[in-house]
Design a binder for this molecule. Sequence first.
Ligand code: GTP
Ligand code: SPV
Ligand code: MN
Length: 624
Amino acid sequence: MSKYNALLQKKLGNTYPKLAALNNEKLADFFGEYIELCNPDSVYFCDDSEADAEYVRRRAVGLGEEKPLTRANTTMHYDGVGDQARDKANTRYMVPADRIAAMGKLNCIDTEAAMAEIKTIMKDIMVGKQAIAKLFCECPTHGPFSIGCAQLTDSCYVAHSEDILYRRGYRHFMDMKDKNDFFRFCHSAGEPDENGCCANLQHRRIYQDLDNNIVFSMNAQYAGNTVGLKKHAMRLAINKAGREGWLCEHMFVMSVPNKAKARSTYFVGAFPSACGKTSTAMIPGEKIVGDDIAYFKNINGEFRAANVECGIFGIIKDVNGDDDPVIYATLHEPKEMIFSNVLTGPDNNPYWDGMGIETPKTGVNYAGPWTEGGKIPISHGNARYTLRMDYLKNLDPAWNDKKGVKVDGVLYGGRDSDTCVPCEESFSWEDGIIMKACTLESETTSATIGKEGVRVPQPMANLDFITYPLGDYIRNNIEFGKQFGADCPKIFSTNYFLRTPAGKFCTGKLAKKVWLHWFEGRVHGEYEAWETPTGFIPKYEDVKRLFKTLLAEEYALEDYTYQFSFRCDSWIAKLERAKAFFAEMAPALAEEVYTYWDKKIAEFKAAKAKSGGTVKPGEWEKIK
Ligand code: GTP
Ligand code: SPV
Ligand code: MN
């Protein structure tokens, strides 16, 4: 019995019995409390039926939140000009005042102050609207990775996106053992402007109540700020994982089949937003499990990963027939898909930057009517598509397994124009976390609001989502891997964004296939490698052969030598930056990590004295 029963019956009307049948007081209280606050005219409570999914789809179109495109089942959604990316400044963790200092520089707000703001901004925010209440599940339902999620939103676009990207969870809630253990999300797009976008962006807030597993999002539409199960749930999951001894990471999950050897090997990889997770998981010839968020658990002694999602909210810029043939072809099928913030052409088809064909000179995009040649590009750099993964032809057979897949390799990479080599294997798990993951840096992109191209620290490619003291999170990562002993995955780094002295990218977009196949061989003990001060790099003959066989490309020795040289000064500066960042950011980082970095800096200084500043491939073993 919930104290909100009378209100719920009134607002949910004939959808109320579906909620009542779940017999979950905490769930009813959640919906009741925030329906009372936000005060929608009515609420439509969904179960897992197709009929309810169809209700949401139709309503999104009926309300104008999505516009049907020429191709059947596809729609266009626009977020306003100021709402095209994640709003980091207004995304805060609610923490009681006495615990804020321990959080270091994470973006926190005193719980009481946040609650007061929420109660002001969200009061009556849904008046005049119908809200959708719907249950979902992170990871496959009824399994060791599953986390039930409850969403209340007044945006049918948000509810529709969730229905594409996540597993429906009504049945899961019905069956789950601990009826109190689930995540809760309350979202309102707020008052619309004349284009249906948010009129009150100055009151955009994304507040995460970590102690109660609730996220409040208001006056926002862009999915990264609104879709509860995506980055909101990810932040709650990181916090929960930290307490329970597992991990939640900003990672793709994929397999690399090796037909000649009749084997398939699973990799996961962390790249900051807009830095290559989807592009890596979608490499032609490989198989995808997931492209954005993974949970890791120890299941019967195995390091196993599950994809939290069952769909992709992917960057559309530069998706074309050459670089990304599978997604490109899928985007032309008449399947349920939402395009966001790209051009609607005069033929009512979607067009975007870098699609590799001639695009219209006029149309409508996220900024309104559009004509080529002005300041606004054809589509926003962070424009995206939303699709179900089971449309994809390159889906891994185990993508939906309740127990996930066993991982053999972990990749870390960022946008780094001048320091890290294109690919490298770490000496050990601990070395990988400390040297490759903690020190990760990246140039900012259009996925977050603010200036692009600025080099910033991006430890584990996860900084935007870490919800407990960073030092503790790093320690948990190190400890998690260690429990697998000799069966622990290898850690590798990649850098797709290294530039020549003239400023051009050193490698093409599909070169990542070569690095991945070298990793695949290394996991199975197959290639010899050169040692460097930071790990092991491929020998020239091996990558030359891989370029030839996998991509039919030549790979010049001179390019290899430039790309795979160890740059002493750059690495010394990089570690000094990491030390300074962690000292300020992470009060709880273990002393051993600083000792490790200091030892490495001393080694790099010695390497500099012996080599003159640049250690070419193969040289280190002679001079070290
Ligand atoms: P989120 O969905 O934001 O978490 O990002 P993601 O890591 O999945 O990013 P995605 O793979 O979609 O990559 C985004 C951008 O990186 C696109 O603009 C790509 O064109 C670019 N990109 C990906 N791989 C490469 C590469 O190998 N070289 C270069 N130069 N650009 C790349
Ligand atoms: C990212 O920014 O890392 C994304 C897009 O994957 S969103 O989850 O919408 O923020
Ligand atoms: Mn992401």
